[in-house]
Ligand binder design. Structure first.
Ligand code: ARG
Length: 577
């Protein structure tokens, strides 16, 4: 149990005993400011109201009865009945000295099987900025849950089966240079290839007709078309995997479970829905109508399972995927890290899946949505000429800018060119990832090179620098950074830092339950800030004996926590910058 839960449990029990209300809640939270202690119990007011008692008096009674001497040095009743709790320095030291440096955070008591669907771009085109957020955010969530001991099954639900592929294979088929080597060369510019095919599709009626026919053949499994399609898909997947590697994303080829995988399972979805009398035919299409979904005008809003004249849809595939994830992968929780614009789709699909028993009631289906990446002008992020920004180009630009930054920071550097290149690669990618992770995923966010590459504020360079700086304390003084140091906090700055270090567990566990990586970012930023204050006020190398040991211990733990926390976010640390 983390400290917050421990306090909550003990104070809730005391409150229950005092009032005879077995379900009394202490509602322990972080205090807003140090003058109100480290934690606050806020549950007294609501309970007093319910019982018709004076909240302040109830608070005072509770404060007298609380037995928290092992954890807390002072309990204070404030305002209308807040209970302010001040954690004992000796408790902080003892807990920190007990930490397992290899993990810092204990594994979850009840590990779950969690399926996480993220990144999942359409393979018809090259990956662009629209896929960046889901890829980065999903990866941080997956890493964190996995670290906590959950069984994580990543699913890259590539879009590889839509009508666009009819157009692409038709274009492939008609190119005069259709030989192994040449087609590969042509496809090296996927974006250009897509544009050329689309141009023909839009301007040449015969081509468009052929493309529509071909997609039917393809989806029926025609060997020749399948072979063309496979060639295209392979190139596109390779391109995605290269990007994942550069971005440090943990998705591998084993995690690919694309739309085409479900093709053979679609008729069964239809059949099962039909057996359960959930289907209605409307204008020739087979649909599920749900009472809870209506259009703005109050008209019924169907989930279309099969189109008029045959053909399954995006929703049908998702229903098949839920069946697979729940019944074959045995997921207890399924997470979808997908653009907010698909939220109605997921609400509908989840409702149908539960109704049809594809997912049991206990299986949690969660859409973790995210907003759009905007440019500085407040409009969706585009190239200067208004095109979509390719992810490859975005990464390269980030690294280039980071190189200029680290060169500027190290005018007389002992680092050679290869070192600087390496640092720039890490900082550039980290900056892009962290800028995204540090914002609440639910809102749109403004992509801005200058803020993300600043050494000030809640940024990757700031945190990476804080880490490297602590590591250099040990390096310069030739001290062993992994030796056991006994922590014994005294000064106020030491206490504040120690408490924050102890709260790492809480930050990681919150990320696991709420799936909001920005909360862990904020934690790390605050931790680095408290470290800087401590380092200004409490000399480390100039201190002596046990005091020096203790301060070195705080430095060591701060570095470990930054490294571990950034690692969970998918960001690599640097020993030197
Ligand atoms: N390929 C889709 C897109 O690019 C995202 C897929 C998300 N996952 C899912 N199971 N529907 O919009």
């Amino acid at each position: 149990m983390n400290l917050k839960q421990q306090l909550d449990q003990r104070i809730s029990a005391a409150l229950a005993a005092l009032t005879g209300q077995p379900d009394a809640l202490a509602m322990v939270a972080y205090s807003k400011s140090p003058q109100f202690g480290d934690y606050q119990a806020n549950g007294v007011m609501a309970l007093a109201k319910k019982l018709g008692k004076n909240p302040r008096e109830l608070g005072q009674l509770l404060a007298q009865q609380l037995q928290l001497d092992d954890i807390v040095s002072k309990v204070e009743v404030a305002g209308p009945g807040f209970i302010n709790l001040f954690i004992k320095p000796a408790f902080l030291s003892e807990r920190l000295n007990q930490l397992d440096h290899a993990r810092l955070v204990a594994a979850a008591a009840q590990p779950q099987t969690v399926v996480i669907d993220y990144s999942s771009p359409n393979l018809a085109k090259e990956m662009h900025v629209g896929h960046l957020r889901g890829t980065i955010i999903g990866d941080a969530i997956a890493r964190t849950l996995e670290f906590l001991g959950h069984k994580l099954i990543r699913q890259n639900h590539f879009g590889d089966w839509g009508t666009q592929f009819g157009m692409l294979i038709t274009h492939m088929q008609e190119l005069p240079f259709y030989t192994e080597g040449k087609i590969k060369a042509e496809l090296s510019d996927l974006e250009g290839f897509y544009r050329a095919a689309k141009e023909r599709f839009d301007t040449d009626a015969d081509f468009a007709r052929l493309a529509r026919e071909n997609v039917v053949h393809l989806q029926a499994g025609h060997p020749g078309y399948m072979a063309l399609w496979k060639k295209f898909i392979d190139v596109s997947i390779e391109h995605c995997q290269q990007l994942y590697q550069r971005l440090g994303i943990t998705l591998t080829e084993q995690d690919i479970r694309p739309e085409s995988f479900y093709n053979s399972r679609l008729p069964q979805v239809l059949e099962l829905l039909d057996q359960q009398k959930l289907l209605t035919v409307s204008d020739g299409a087979k649909c599920v109508f749900l009472d809870e979904f209506k259009t703005k005008e109050g008209e019924p809003l169907p989930v279309i399972i099969e189109k008029t004249g045959g053909g399954f849809l995006y929703a049908t595939t998702d229903l098949a995927a839920i069946r697979y994830r729940c019944q074959e992968l045995h997921a207890e929780r399924v997470l979808y890290v997908v653009d907010a614009r698909q939220s109605l789709h997921f609400q509908q699909v989840f409702t149908v899946a539960h109704l049809a028993g594809f997912a049991s009631a206990s299986c949690k289906l969660e859409h973790l949505s995210y907003g759009t990446m905007m440019g500085k002008d407040g409009k969706p992020f585009k190239t200067r000429s208004g095109g979509t920004v390719k992810l490859v180009d975005l990464c390269s630009e980030g690294v280039e800018r980071a190189l200029a930054l680290v060169r500027g920071k190290n005018p007389e550097t002992n680092l050679d060119d290869a070192d600087l290149q390496h640092i720039a690669e890490v900082v550039g990618i980290a900056a892009i990832k962290y800028a995204d992770l540090s914002k609440n995923r639910n809102s749109d966010y403004i992509f801005d090179w200058d803020t993300m590459l600043s050494f000030e504020g809640n940024t990757a360079p700031y945190l990476l620098y804080a880490y490297a700086r602590i590591r250099s304390i040990f390096r310069r003084a030739q001290l062993d950074a992994s030796a056991p140091y006994i922590i014994n906090v005294e000064a106020a700055e030491e206490q504040a830092l120690a408490l924050k270090l102890l709260q790492f567990t809480e930050a990681v566990e919150t990320l696991a339950s709420e799936c909001l990586p920005n909360q862990l970012c904020l934690y790390l930023y605050e931790l680095a800030g408290l470290f800087m204050k401590f380092y200004e006020c409490c000399p480390v190398l100039k201190a002596e004996g046990l005091v020096q040991q203790s301060r070195l211990g705080l430095c060591q733990l701060t570095a470990l926590t930054l490294q571990q926390g950034l690692g969970l976010l998918g960001i690599t640390t640097l020993e030197q910058m």
